[in-house]
Design a binder for this molecule. Sequence first.
Ligand code: CP
Length: 316
Amino acid sequence: MKNFLSVEDVKDVQKLLKKAFKIKKNPFEHAHLGKNKTIGLVFMNPSTRTRLSTQRAANNLGLNVMVMNMDKEGWALETQEGIVMNQNTVEHIKDAAAVMGRYCEIIGIRSFPKLVDKQEDYSEDFFQKFIKYAKVPIVSLESATLHPLQSFADLITIEEYKTKERPKVVLSWAPHIKPLPQAVANSFSEWMQKADVDFIITHPQGYELDKKYTGATPVIHNQEKALKNADFIYVKNWSSYAEYGKVLSLDGGWMLTNEKLKITNNAKVMHCLPVRRNIELSDEVLDSEHSLVVEQAENRIYACQTVLKEILQKNF
Ligand code: CP
């Protein structure tokens, strides 16, 4: 593995899953692998779990960690080629990335979509330029379109809590007051298609995700029908992909409640966090034994540690 930007960078998901469980059992087994090496974490957007779990994972491997909050502390970056930089941007990404590549053996990047221009966001130009100019392995800490470390942690969590060989997993859209990226939903869809699960998606009309990520996954617009006999429900809001970045529905009827859980197979409920309580997910579900949100967040450490270990072993 050179870069980790999507499930496509993983040769064998089941093998990677086994490695993650081994690491979770003995997190300090490879404590010297990262000795004298540095990972730089570049944040263009806020984060709690990704920042802390990546630092913890890196520390477990003996890596030095440098965190750069570019959005607050760095120079405003320009990404366009050949531009006359006489406006607000101060440094070109090709210079910043090249310099960071000299300081770090691995770079993790978080860069959200602007949700204005679909083509621009889905081109993942920011990541592609970092790969080109930094010339070191790049790990996605959530891009415009995908959040692979989250999805890997989600898969670890499903594997830990499943009570049957092939559970039914439902990705269920939830309301939110602000337009959010499609990245978590896209990414979860990609990873579920590589997992041993029956996977379906439910959302209101107009919230269809890019088929590049959902493939042949069945989509059911009737949430109640979709939730029937579900073993896991992954709750997440995303803005419209078709009417790019728009909030088309604020229908509170899509929020998951204990009443709705009655039609499931005593389903476990997942969410990547942060969650807006009583908009995306009700208190009664989040505070119940159905909820796996904290377990998912903990598994972010082992997902990340597994990926960093692979990169360290294959590239240095
Ligand atoms: N789930 C997740 O990525 O959380 P943060 O945005 O807090 O990093």
